[in-house]
Design a protein around this ligand. Structure first.
Ligand code: BF8
Length: 624
């Protein structure tokens, strides 16, 4: 239905045009039907619903259009923005808490998982002052896990443990501004309190807490989640796989794993190899069990196991519209309510697995972390039994172009540094000598309102200009579909970046994982600074981040922790345009306290050019 200017992905188009999808209504259709006329107060950030004297729709500069309490457009927009940051941080935090609890279970020897990366465990033990000498691995892991869990509810005013990894200059700045994050949960609570009616009315002060709250996500919960998940399931190393709707198999039980917490997905991966499960699938007439990822869960198992990704955020309904899924198993975040509506027209079941996230029309099978394998088998059994009910289906032809993924910061260190001197030195040298012009970080979602090749367009401009791209989340999935997460994509690069990619055998777009794995980028950027020659803080690096097609609140939390860590970011839009002074403060003023600020550029080509220009300005300031 008239979505051709937005859907560019060939596989998505093919599925939607095929017979099984004829009666499917997707979010793309809803965007078209609603038209593009968004509410001006909502999109400008000046609708206040924080008390019951209103709701107040504020118009900046008109005296009569202040809120009933006298609140200005700037305060309302700042409070709304800060609440977005709090919600995004809360999502990463609740996810991380589950991972830490799962890690503790593993350390106790319960369940199907083990401590896989002992070296990483020891380096984390050093951060938490946990002794490692002459101790059993699981004993160390248990103490690390318990100290990690304590970071969530910490009530004293001491900084979160991981913040000691930041550069000395950044730590001094956080101290001066009094924004060192303290307890992970506490920062979200304080943010919600300060944006309640009648509390903080100073947008600069509100942004200090928004920064602290976001930092508790980036340097707290997200980083804990990434680290403990790596220790438990293995730190990603480069591996080949595929990103495409075409990875579904006509003769196998297809199960999509969608959501965020990899405890569920890892357990499903283990259970799917169980002979008992494979036998059951065969009894139903299938040749086997095919797991395929969607959204960030997809990225987690892609990075660590090489399990193919079927779909990014905007393709979740389309995956069901193939008619080839026996089940889509979901946990938390980014799973749309429409999934069950689309599945209603097929034999597919949406299996919800987390008490926090149920769905009308879904089948709920609670995943029990204490009985992880049994839960996983129960879920698989339900899916397998659907195979016989499969009707007509259409699976697009699998793309021949694959992806090479698995670029943890350890891998980048090792790949560029070589076997005998794993370090960031060669990367720094290549940035200093200009063969790599800078680093473009591309993260976050895709969005049904905007063309699905936007990431590709921006990334192509960056790599053509010798900017190395680091990607996570659905942005990375989108770049995978575009064939850029692949060493052969060196041919699209400028000469010097192409030469490096060819020598090392790496893609010009390095897939670093899911959205919580943006914490890897904080660590990598800090390591680059500490390696020397590129300034004293992240703010000096020729690097810039973008989440062009952001849709979720988590993306704004990530943007804010990048800015508060000293990195510039650029989005295509932000809901603050209705408040002149606050808008200017985000887009310029934050430079004063934080040494970095937000940028907005709606045109993707101009956004890409802005990224290169910002990188060049940093190079100039460094005198390189
Ligand atoms: O955490 S990139 S659409 S799946 S929010 Fe969601 Fe955005 Fe995808 Fe993962 Ni991140």
């Amino acid at each position: 239905e008239g979505c051709s200017d937005i859907i560019k992905c060939g596989s998505s188009k093919d599925v939607l045009a095929a017979k099984p999808a004829q009666n499917v209504i997707t979010a793309y259709d809803r965007v078209q039907r609603r038209g593009m006329s968004a509410c001006l107060f909502g999109s400008g950030g000046t609708c206040c619903r924080n008390c019951n004297m209103g709701p107040c729709q504020i118009i900046d500069g008109i005296e009569d259009m202040l809120g009933i309490c006298g609140v200005s457009a700037d305060t309302v927009a700042a409070r709304n923005f800060a609440r977005i940051v709090a919600a995004g941080s809360a999502s990463h935090t609740d996810h991380a808490r589950e991972m830490v609890k799962g890690f503790i279970e593993t350390a106790k020897g319960h369940g199907p998982h083990q401590i896989k990366d002992v070296e990483k465990l020891k380096s984390l033990a050093a951060v938490f002052d946990v002794a490692t000498e002459d101790r059993e691995i699981n004993e160390i892991a248990l103490e690390v896990g318990e100290k990690a869990l304590a970071e969530f509810g910490k009530q004293d005013d001491e900084p979160l443990s991981m913040t000691k990894r930041a550069t000395a200059k950044r730590q001094a700045l956080w101290k001066k501004l009094n924004i060192f994050p303290r307890g992970v949960d506490r920062e979200v609570v304080e943010m919600m309190h300060r944006t309640h009616m009648g509390v903080d009315q100073d947008y600069e002060n509100i942004m200090l807490q928004a920064s602290r709250c976001a930092l508790s996500d980036g340097w707290g919960s997200s980083m804990l989640s990434t680290e403990l998940t790596d220790i438990m399931f293995g730190t990603p190393v480069p591996r080949r796989s595929i990103v495409d709707l075409g990875v579904l198999k006509p003769d196998q039980v297809n199960i999509a794993v969608h959501g965020h917490e990899p405890l569920l997905a890892e357990s499903l991966c283990i259970a799917a190899q169980d002979p008992e499960m494979v036998e059951l699938a065969k009894k139903q007439g299938a040749k086997g069990i095919n797991l395929a990822g969607v959204c960030c869960t997809g990225n987690e198992i892609l990075m660590r196991r090489g399990i193919p990704v079927a779909a990014g955020f905007v393709q979740q309904e389309i995956a069901i519209a193939t008619g080839a899924l026996e089940a889509m198993v979901v946990d938390v975040q980014c799973t749309m309510e429409s999934l069950a509506q689309v599945a209603n027209g097929f034999h597919t079941d949406i299996i919800t697995t987390n008490y926090r996230a149920k769905m009308p029309g879904g089948v709920h099978i609670q995943f029990d972390e204490h009985e992880a394998l049994n839960s996983a088998k129960q879920i698989l059994t339900h899916a397998i039994k659907n195979f016989k009910k499969r009707g007509e289906c259409f699976i697009p032809e699998e793309k021949k172009l694959d992806v090479v993924v698995g670029f943890s910061h350890e891998t980048i260190n090792y790949m560029l540094g070589g076997r005998f001197r794993a370090s960031y030195r060669p990367l720094n040298d290549n940035i200093i000598n200009g063969r790599i012009r800078g680093i473009g970080v591309m993260v976050g979602c895709d969005n049904f309102r905007l063309a699905d090749d936007t990431h590709e367009l921006i990334a192509r401009h960056l790599i053509k200009n010798n900017v190395l791209v680091l990607a996570t989340g659905c942005a990375a999935t989108s770049l995978g579909r575009a064939g850029l997460v692949n060493p052969e994509a060196a041919r699209f690069c400028g000469d010097s970046l192409a030469e490096i990619c060819e020598t090392v055998g790496m893609p010009p777009v390095l897939h670093m994982g899911s959205c919580v794995d943006n914490s890897r980028i904080l660590v990598a950027a800090t390591q680059i600074v500490k390696e020397g020659g590129l300034g004293e803080d992240i703010t000096d690096l020729p690097a810039i981040g973008t989440a062009p097609l952001w849709m979720s609140e988590k993306a704004v939390a990530i943007g804010q922790y990048f800015v508060a860590s000293g990195a510039q970011v650029v989005f295509q839009d932000l809901p603050v345009s209705g408040a002149k002074k606050f808008n200017k403060y985000l887009l310029e003023g934050l430079m004063g306290p934080l040494g970095a600020h937000w940028n907005v550029e709606s045109d993707p080509q101009k956004l890409a050019e802005l990224m290169v220009a910002k990188i060049d300005a940093k190079r100039e300031a460094l005198g390189i």
